[in-house]
Design a binder for this molecule. Sequence first.
Ligand code: 6AU
Length: 260
Amino acid sequence: NRLKLSFLERLNFAKNPVTRRLLQVMCDKKTTLCVAADVTSTTDLLNLAEQTGPHICLFKTHIDIVEDFHPNFLKHLKEIAERHNFIIFEDRKFADIGNTVQLQYSKSMYQISSWANLVTAHSVMGKGILEGIQQSEGLKDRGVFLLAEASCAGSLTDQSYVDATLKLAKQYPDLITGIVCQNPLLLEEPGVIQLTPGVHLESVGDRLAQQYNSPETVVLEKGADVAVVGRAITKSADPAAEAVKYKEVLWAAYEKRIAS
Ligand code: 6AU
């Protein structure tokens, strides 16, 4: 059972190179925190990366919300990522035919495949998306988090969608880093990471259907390996201190899980 194994033990099961690197970073830095950098300027993005960098394993961007994007900015982000040893993760949520996804992934001014080792994709269009990503130009080491379930109220995904998503993920062990979901899902494979968003210590949701659970709940009850925390950190007066707080609570919950 993946939930009882340590991340170090699970490293040997991972078939994707970015997954192995991620597990190694998690162990080295003792953090399962992914910060959701939902900010709209390059200055805010870089400041957030600098402040939270020492405490995170993943830095999750939505590059298409950045108002002053310029390719030069990526050099700075990559430099910070190397210095603080975290992985850059573009939450693009690809959801088109393979050919279009390939263009969205490697072309446009963003050229995501040249700087993000990890991306998200919807399973709704089937294998074409994964083939498109696999066969694109760009970084050699790449991984995909496939979305099975959403954190928000009213999502249309049901159990058959979740099951079909897991089945699809199993067909691409070399590409899939993990699954985005809200439940342990009987995701047995120790080499696959459960990524769970919707995490907040002080709020239960926002006005646009987002729903939150505490860090302990997502790790101990919902099976999260890596937890995504956005506004709880980005909107706080001291993002670095807040990142430390989430990192510590999440890591304690993980240690409790593998010890019990
Ligand atoms: O903590 P928040 O609510 O400020 O931000 C949550 C982040 C956002 C969403 O785009 C993302 O997590 N997210 C995802 C992901 C990671 O794919 C899936 C989901 O079901 N819910 C969700 O909020 O950047």
